[in-house]
Design a protein around this ligand. Structure first.
Ligand code: NDP
Length: 343
């Protein structure tokens, strides 16, 4: 199977490439510049990802342009669409250009390219728990989210908000909705699978030159591990999954015969910053010196909503590792980077 992975230089994409190659498949990855192409191959090589002769990286400068994107899809059996801006750096007034349009247009172009290419049988799109839950409802203790739930955020709310997190969540739900609208309105020859993971944590094998470039979700763990403050940071979006387990989920989504188009919630469960602190202080001597103690053992999970990820476990047979197994190697890596080691 040859799979096109968009945004191949990203945190999650690198693990997806590793999982597909390990399982005997071939990968063509898209990046936006030549520099990112060579940096991606170098980082995967350094991380021991193999065999790299079944990986090809191509440059698609603007993946929202069908004319540029479609040739990259030629001959592929599947598309795994990951490229999307996951950043909280955009400023009010820029959200439409920097978050909404690239996400929506990139997803629509992925659908159009899949439909145009006769060999493509599956399109797997990385949506998000952000496209599922309604953050405006607050913590909602007792509420259990499933694949039936949709964020109510609309285009204008994402464009006009002052809050970048709202704009990001809008970009994800609108992009996923665009894909479902596409398959509803067209007689498509491919199967659509959308994945909605919670916050994704774990060790990094993608190109990252310094801690300043740390991706948004691992930054949550780093804010605890960094220490240097009296109290632990508050917990945001308290639902998580490990990056390698998410990559395995992508592999299964691409290779498992499914009865129809599917949407999956992908999460191990709840986490909070106190749990991150407890696990790090227990496992890593440096963390014991740096991370505030907080109130060891206190958990917020009964105070907020939960997720039912039974469908992905059952239909795709995915197992999830523990928070400890995910974040301890990550923080050891981050402390090493701080000491000057580079990936
Ligand atoms: P990264 O920031 O590591 O990677 C993002 C990728 O998207 C990069 O390849 C980047 O390329 C590309 N990209 C960014 N902006 C644009 C744009 N405007 N147009 C085209 N490509 C762009 O993110 P993750 O690996 O964490 O995320 C990958 C996907 O998973 C995203 O769709 C994200 O929304 C989703 N997701 C992530 C979660 C997480 O916790 N990490 C949780 C739920 C969903 P470049 O380097 O050229 O900017």
């Amino acid at each position: 199977m040859l799979t096109l992975i968009t945004g191949a230089n990203g945190f999650i994409a690198a693990h997806c490439i590793a999982a597909l190659l390990r399982a005997g498949h071939s990968v063509r990855g898209t990046v936006r510049t030549l520099e990112k192409a060579s940096a991606t191959v170098a980082a995967l090589h350094a991380a021991g990802v193999a065999p790299l002769d079944r990986l090809e990286i191509v440059v698609v400068a603007d993946p929202t342009d069908l004319g540029q994107f479609a040739p990259a899809v030629a001959g592929c059996d599947a598309i795994l669409h990951l490229a999307s801006a996951f950043t909280y750096d955009a400023q009010p007034g820029q959200f439409e250009q920097q978050l909404l349009l690239p996400a929506i247009q990139g997803t629509t172009v992925a659908c159009e390219a899949a439909q145009r290419c006769p060999t493509v049988r599956k399109l797997v799109i990385m949506s998000s728990f952000a496209a599922v839950y309604d953050a405006a409802q607050g913590l909602q203790p007792g509420r259990v989210y499933t694949e039936e739930d949709w964020s109510p955020l609309g285009y204008e709310e994402g464009r006009d908000t002052e809050n970048v997190a709202i704009a990001y969540r809008a970009s994800k739900v609108l992009a996923e909705r665009a894909a479902w609208t596409y398959v509803k309105e067209h007689e498509v020859d491919f199967q659509l699978v959308t994945l909605c993971p919670g916050m994704v944590f774990g060790e990094m094998i993608h190109p990252i030159a310094s801690l300043e470039q740390l991706n948004a979700s691992n930054r949550i763990v780093w804010e605890v591990a960094l220490g240097g403050r009296d109290a632990l940071p508050p917990t945001k979006a308290p639902v998580w999954v490990d990056v390698q387990d998410l990559a395995e989920t992508c592999l299964h989504a691409l290779t498992t015969a499914l009865p129809s188009h599917q949407r999956f919630l992908v999460t191990e469960g709840a986490y909070d910053t106190q749990e991150i602190a407890d696990l790090l202080r227990e496992a890593i001597p440096t963390a014991r010196e740096r991370v505030p103690e907080g109130s060891p053992g206190d958990r917020i999970r009964d105070t907020h909503y939960a997720c039912d990820a039974g469908k992905v476990r059952q239909m795709l047979g995915v197992q999830f590792r523990s928070l400890r197994e995910s974040i301890v190697p990550l923080v050891e890596q981050l402390y090493a980077m701080e000491d000057g080691a580079r990936i």
